[in-house]
Ligand binder design. Structure first.
Ligand code: UDX
Length: 420
């Protein structure tokens, strides 16, 4: 058995948690450091702090340690930085958390005797690892390339499928400060059945942004085609099927609907747009990808208004999470839809199998109920395609506006699909 080096992870968010669990499952000794006491407590009690399929089972079989003390990373040979890099008000990336995490690691480097490799996994704007993270690490008095290694290796995990995406990656990108740094990370991933591409730090950062904004562009493209198809009275999904046979297009990620949300696409799109402008380039296509998505949400309301007024009407929402299989409501289209309905004085009642607790933190003023009660509302909007919504009885529901292709809802007295 190849010796498995001790692994440290900073950041117990979605990415850090999935990576920690997967390396633990692969037999590595893993220690995670986070500033959130509740999260650390949950992990040490073998409970997952977030809803992600498969994590609880791994925690029970191959637990790993969580700590609030960065010095607990002192034995790690490789330390992954997995903290969040959210948007600032102007859409630019916020590096606050990652700077703090890097300072914590610098305090560990200061006292560490042996060489270790720091790996940035957080999604950071191209140039960040070289120009921001490296100088903070060298404040430890240690030298990159000499006393420690530095890599940037983006993650491509989808929420709800994180373990699968880690264990069966399409590719592994290793951005390396120098060959020795890259070799250390290569050793960790050499047995994975996936191509490994070794590039420089900035190129690795850009591969992540280009991948995510391309996927967002593909969605805004099929939603734009969908809006045209809707006016032609044809089904976008049949058009997408016809397109998908061309391997240059591919059949995946062509589900037209109410638009994309989540912790990544909206944030990464905004961050790259802002950064491109800082570099003196006007990213017109990327800006339109964002505009089409922002407009798509409002089409649900337009369609609804074709069939009913909104003032004081009971409007039911089926689905609140940004996609099925997660409790994450970050940038979920349900947020803008709820805001718009409340502004029009509608009375909103919502249901989601996993995300209601999170949604209540933002919208305590709306009601929450079970699907059967939702279906009795004056109109129902389908926002997230949870599998259980395909088993409901819509036959007595007055109006359904479907943003996610739940065709069972065609039973309703009035049914409108956003792009079909
Ligand atoms: C995405 C990328 O897929 C992943 O590689 C990256 O690491 C993080 O961001 P995630 O945000 O978890 O993953 O969700 P994903 O499954 O990609 O869906 C993103 C959004 O697009 C969701 O709101 C989903 O509803 C929407 N979507 C997805 C569509 O509207 N149509 C589709 O065909 C696919």
């Amino acid at each position: 058995m190849k010796n498995k080096v001790p692994i440290g992870i900073v950041g117990l968010g979605y990415v850090g948690l999935v990576i920690a669990a997967c390396f633990a499952k692969l037999g590595y000794q893993v220690t995670v450091v986070d500033i959130d006491e509740e999260k650390c407590k949950a992990i040490n009690e073998k409970r997952s702090p977030i809803f992600e399929p498969g994590i609880d089972e791994i925690l029970k079989k191959t637990p790993f340690k969580a700590s609030m003390n960065p010095q607990d990373l002192a034995d790690a040979a490789i330390i992954f930085i997995c903290v969040n890099t959210p948007s600032k008000a102007d859409g630019a990336i916020s590096l606050e958390a990652i700077k703090k995490a890097t300072e914590q690691i610098a305090s560990v480097l200061k006292v560490k005797k042996d060489y270790c490799t720091i790996v940035v996994k957080s999604t950071v704007i191209p140039g960040t690892t070289q120009e921001v993270i490296l100088p903070i690490l060298e404040k430890s008095g240690k030298k990159a390339g000499q006393d420690f290694g530095l890599c940037m290796s983006p993650e491509f995990l989808r929420e709800g499928k994180g373990i699968n995406d880690f264990m069966q990656p399409d590719r592994i990108i290793i951005g390396e400060y120098d060959k020795k740094s890259g070799d250390a990370l290569y050793d960790l991933f050499r047995d994975f059945k996936a191509p490994i591409l070794r590039v420089n730090l900035t190129t690795a950062e850009m591969i992540k942004y280009a991948s995510n904004t391309f996927l967002a562009a593909k969605l805004s493209f099929i939603n734009e085609i969908g809006n045209i198809c809707k006016r032609l009275g044809i089904d976008t999904y049949q058009v997408a099927q016809g397109m998908g046979y061309d391997e240059r297009i591919g059949a995946k990620f062509l589900n037209a609907g109410v638009g994309f949300g989540g912790s990544c696409f909206p944030k990464d799109l905004k961050a790259l747009i802002v950064h491109a402008k800082e570099l003196g380039y006007q990213p017109k296509l990327l800006e339109e990808v964002k505009n089409v998505n922002d407009q798509q949400v409002l089409r649900m309301i337009e369609l609804l208004k074709k069939h009913t007024s909104l003032r004081y009407k009971n409007i039911g929402l089926l689905g609140l999470s940004f996609k099925p299989g997660t409790d994450d409501i970050k940038d979920s289209v349900a947020i803008l839809i709820t805001q718009t309905l409340l502004a029009e004085k509608a009375i909103v009642t919502a249901y989601d199998p996993q995300a209601m607790q999170n949604f209540k933190k933002i919208f305590p003023q709306i009601s929450y109920n079970n699907p059967d009660e939702i279906l009795k509302c004056d109109a129902v909007l389908i926002i997230t395609e949870w599998e259980e919504f395909s088993r409901l009885d819509y036959s007595k529901t007055k109006i359904v506006i479907d943003g996610r292709r739940v065709l069972k809802a065609k039973e309703a007295l009035i049914y409108e699909g956003i792009c079909w």
